[in-house]
Ligand binder design. Structure first.
Ligand SMILES: Cc1cc2nc3c(=O)[nH]c(=O)nc-3n(C[C@H](O)[C@H](O)[C@H](O)COP(=O)(O)O)c2cc1C
Length: 491
């Protein structure tokens, strides 16, 4: 078949073609291909073997990402239909500045906020919008789009996209690609404060995190709605580009080869087969530490009390109920380099738990519950003569005299560090998503800033890394660096 160049087409046809191509988010050459294919299909013939237009290299690169220079990182950016979609144009620029090759999918709703034309102008390539676009399926296909990328970034991630992702929906190009990809996925949620706080959104977020999806933001600030402020603004393009950069970088695994055993959550101490004594621990902090240690390459065993949150990814989890079961599971998991005791273990259990349900009989005496002391897991492990982990870390959840109590606990229990926090109801720490802790050790007290439980976990893992694998000292008297910016005081 003879080749046809766009230059050879009549000016008025060219103008109409240009408009049609822009409307469909395609290049002129692609639009001509689609027209020819449609014409051939209308005529009942097979799709013609379309010749390459003259800009063969550009088209080859678009269709065959292998044509993207070797070592170039590739990101597939999915833009959802939120008010923050305009920021994704800047995000593309920031990613390209880092030498990253960017392909883009716009959801149908996203096209209400930005056009494929403007996105295509910045990416310099085709913008994908339709799952059932025959040209796109012929050229690239949603499975190839999903596969030929190192990272998928969803920005803005609408409440709707998060809900679809959490439930494995695949009813448009964006969600089909998200379900089909094996690449890492980073979402930058952006929505109204109430939408973000909604139970359904938080449920979806928890499920996505448990599925190994990375998140950046949202931030706090002004909302699009007049006089509204709060959590829900999309992270800034530079923050998203930095988070993407971290995920694309070869994973640092400083704890590779190290074994970490952790406890998390509450314990349940039976009164009888149906009743138990428990506490308000959610397990969020302990589980976050397990996930951060696993992300740093450690071989992690998490001994978890009864919690309603998901098991962290990449972690061996042993589910237990009582303090005695928890101690037995920890001892079984030894030897370990590091032991972290974040569980809220009941100090006492019922001395003689009923083997049958205790019945309330008319006129009968209210039963007395005699309590007996539970084993002290932290102290037992810290005082082990054999197999004592190199670093034993406890938590001190206090409601008063937090630091003084943590210091006496450090001495009493024989552990190396205590992470002390104030769990008075007013702090919202018990069951909440944020934490304010102080690291108490023989060196003094280090106050960490208020932060998410995930950030506390990352900061603790960074401290463990520098303890186990100390950085070379510049010289005697050289300053010791405290990762994460904690303040050290010696009181
Ligand atoms: C003006 C306007 C702004 C919107 N902004 C947001 C937003 O910031 N975040 C969000 O989750 N949904 C927002 N929505 C609702 C989404 O557009 C809607 O849920 C849509 O179905 C999302 O589709 P998608 O997830 O396929 O992109 C907005 C809707 C309108 C009309």
């Amino acid at each position: 078949m003879a080749s046809l160049t766009v230059r050879q087409i009549d000016e008025s046809v060219k103008k109409r073609l240009r408009l049609r191509a822009a409307r469909n988010g395609r290049s002129m050459e692609d639009e001509i291909r689609v027209l020819l294919r449609e014409a051939a299909e209308d005529a009942g013939r097979d799709a013609p073997d379309l010749t390459e237009p003259p800009n063969r290299a550009a088209n080859a690169a678009r269709r065959n990402p292998a044509a993207v220079p070797a070592n170039t990182k590739r990101i597939l950016l999915i833009v959802g239909g939120g008010i923050a979609a305009y920021k994704s144009l800047d995000l593309i620029r920031r990613l390209k500045e880092r030498g990253i090759h960017v392909r883009c999918i716009l959801t149908k709703a996203a096209q209400q906020f930005i056009t494929p034309l403007s996105v295509g102008a910045i990416t310099g390539g085709h913008v994908f919008t339709d799952l059932f676009d025959p040209a796109h399926e012929f050229d690239v296909g949603h499975i190839r789009l999903a596969r030929e990328t190192d990272l998928v970034v969803v920005a803005p991630a609408t409440a709707d996209l998060m809900a679809k992702m959490a439930n494995g929906r695949a009813d448009d190009l964006a969600t089909a690609v998200l379900l089909a990809t094996r690449a890492k996925v980073l979402i930058a949620p952006a929505m109204n404060t109430q939408m973000w706080a909604a139970k359904a959104t938080q449920r979806n977020l928890a499920r996505l995190i448990a599925d190994g999806i990375a998140t950046v933001g949202p931030n706090e600030g002004e909302m699009a709605e007049a006089n509204e402020r709060g959590l829900g603004r999309m992270a800034e393009p530079l923050e998203i580009a930095a988070a993407a950069g971290r995920l694309l970088a070869p994973q640092e695994r400083p704890l590779a080869g190290k074994r970490v055993v952790l406890t998390s959550g509450p314990t349940h101490e039976p009164i009888d087969p149906v009743r138990y004594i428990a506490n308000r621990s959610s397990g969020k902090q302990g589980h976050a530490i397990a996930a951060a240690a696993a992300a740093a390459g450690a071989d992690v065993t998490l001994v978890s009390g009864p919690v309603t949150i998901a098991d962290p990814p990449g972690v061996r989890v042993v589910h237990v109920e009582s303090a005695r079961d928890m101690l037995a599971a920890v001892e079984k998991a030894l030897p370990a380099d590091v032991a972290i005791f974040a569980a809220a273990v009941a100090d006492w259990r019922v001395a003689h738990a009923g083997t049958q349900k205790i019945k309330k009989a008319p006129g009968a005496k209210t039963p007395d519950l005699t309590l007996t002391e539970n084993p002290d897991i932290l102290s037992t492990i810290a005082h082990r003569a054999k197999d004592r982990p190199h670093l034993v870390i406890g938590f001190a959840a206090e409601t008063q005299n937090v630091i003084a109590n943590a210091k006496s606990k450090l001495a009493r229990k024989g552990c190396d560090w205590i992470l002390a926090n104030d769990v008075s109801p007013a702090t919202g720490i018990m069951g909440g998503d944020r934490n304010t802790v102080s690291l108490v050790s023989q060196d003094g007290v280090e106050d960490w800033p208020p932060q998410s439980k995930e950030d506390v976990a990352r900061m603790l893992v960074a401290r463990i890394v520098s303890y186990l694998i100390p950085p070379p000292l510049a010289g005697e008297g050289g300053e010791r660096s405290e990762p994460g910016g904690g303040r050290l005081r010696s009181d």
